[in-house]
Design a binder for this molecule. Sequence first.
Ligand SMILES: Cc1cc2nc3c(=O)[nH]c(=O)nc-3n(C[C@H](O)[C@H](O)[C@H](O)COP(=O)(O)O)c2cc1C
Length: 158
Amino acid sequence: MDEQAKKAALRGISYGLYVIGTKVGDDVNAFTGNWVTQTSFVPPLVVIAAKKGTTSCDGIRESGVFSVNVLETGQKDLAFSFFKPVSRVGNKFGEVEFYTQTTGSPILKEALSWFECKVVDVNERGDHVLFVGEVIDAGVHRGGDSMTLKETGLFYGG
Ligand SMILES: Cc1cc2nc3c(=O)[nH]c(=O)nc-3n(C[C@H](O)[C@H](O)[C@H](O)COP(=O)(O)O)c2cc1C
């Protein structure tokens, strides 16, 4: 396989950008990720991919729940607040306000909308864990256009 072609072709996939929250013991954590997609209407299923060895990945594995916060276009600062590992920077929430509802996973007040999932399947193949989540609660804070990975100028894929 042509490595450059593989990278370019995979980077051709269009993505949104989301803050994925989870419970870690009695605490909460979150990371910004683009590997998120819906995979079923009934029941409503989504898949996220969480990097093996991260606090978030372990947290989702242990708690069996996660939240997905849909960011608004332009919320670059909010997205960037959750890229760094909690193990290095400590609590990432700082001034970012959140609340919890059904699963205990953090819901960002500034997000456009959100949904919470319970993990119904786990696939360990590869360097990320694929968590299949059934959507068990959702809410909308306000209307607006969702953030895209493209507008950040970053890539996560290839
Ligand atoms: C543009 C971009 C997209 C990312 N998407 C994902 C993703 O979909 N899944 C993932 O596990 N990590 C993704 N990451 C990396 C996580 O944000 C990073 O590993 C984070 O530090 C994990 O947080 P934690 O260590 O507090 O759990 C992405 C990073 C960048 C820069």
